[in-house]
Structure formats: structure tokens, C-alpha cells
Design a protein around this ligand. Sequence first.
Ligand SMILES: Cc1cc2nc3c(=O)[nH]c(=O)nc-3n(C[C@H](O)[C@H](O)[C@H](O)COP(=O)(O)O)c2cc1C
Length: 178
Amino acid sequence: MKELAGLEINLNCPYGNMAVPSYWKNIDQVTELIIRTKKAARDKILWFKAPTAEYPVKEIVAAVQENGGYAIDIETRKFRCGSWGGGGYSGPALKPYAIMCTHNSSKNAKIPVIGSGGIVCAKDVIEHIMAGAHAVQVGSANLMRPDFMARLIEELEALMDQMHIESLDEIRGCAKYL
Ligand SMILES: Cc1cc2nc3c(=O)[nH]c(=O)nc-3n(C[C@H](O)[C@H](O)[C@H](O)COP(=O)(O)O)c2cc1C
């Protein structure tokens, strides 16, 4: 515990027995989990990964239709992942939905929101910040290149210079509707 800078509590894991409602759908259970974790974490930085499955599904369905959600190995004739054929969806195709989640979450939250989903370049980071994110989290891009984060930080600094942005505070949540 001493070595950890902070902890992410994942409230976004509906996997397992799909027939049983996920624990995060029970608000009393989630509240108790949050209270107990906060107490146990003491002075550690703590953030909670929000479940997104309660958002309107229209956008997810559209994204999955466009980009696929399942994959099949045509040699073995088996689904490539998950015991039911599918798996968590991540990567660039997720970004429009992720930006919506960041925007809606930050509009409603009184605590800082970490944007996550589809970040593969500095422009994506700026987009999440403009949608209201305090910080961002990167997943699958790190699996494509182990040095991704170092490159992203350099690219972000260069883009900020180019856009005459000194601090991300200047642009946080600045995006306006048309
Ligand atoms: C291999 C892999 C495993 C993941 N496992 C989990 C997980 O166990 N729980 C979870 O909430 N998200 C999991 N994710 C999702 C990521 O935390 C992240 O939210 C998602 O990948 C979107 O970000 P990205 O587009 O930058 O990858 C996983 C993603 C990948 C690529």
C-alpha cells in the first residue's frame, strides 16, 4: 500500500454471470462500497470508474454496428473473446461515446472527472479536456506501443504550444454547442 500513489475502484465490471444483475446496479451496495473503500484508502488518491452501461444505448449500438463488437476466428470458427462471444469494447471507435460520457459526467459531477476511451493522440486528449475532463486515462493505445505515454506527452506539449494553450485549465469544459 505504501508504494501506491492512488487507487482506481472499478464500478464498471458487469462481467461474470450475465443473468445476475451487476452489483453496481444496486445503489445501496455501491454506496456502501464507496464509503468503505474511502475509509480503507485513508490519504491515498482514490478515483471511481463509473459504469457507463446505464447511458442511452443508441450511441453504443450505432458504434458497434459501424465498427463491430464481436470477432470470430474463421479458422477455428470460434468467437475470439469472452465466454459469451463478446468482450469489453475499447480503442478509437469508442471515442464519440466516451466524449459524451465525459461531457455528461463532468456536467453533473462536483468532483474531478477522468476521461477515458479512444485516446490515441494529443488531439483526443484535448477533446476529452474540452468536454470537461480533469485528466485522462489511456488503455489500448499502450498495448500498441509500450512507449506510447511518453510520446503522447511530448505530442500534447507541442500541440498546446501550437494552439497557444499554456495550461489545460484554460480549456477545460470549454466546448460549446453549435
Ligand atoms: C486488454 C484490456 C483489458 C481491460 N480490462 C478492463 C477491466 O477489467 N475493467 C474495466 O473496467 N475496463 C477494462 N478495460 C477498459 C479500459 O480500462 C478502458 O476503459 C478502455 O479500454 C477505454 O480506453 P481506451 O480506448 O484508451 O482503451 C480493459 C481494456 C483493455 C484493452
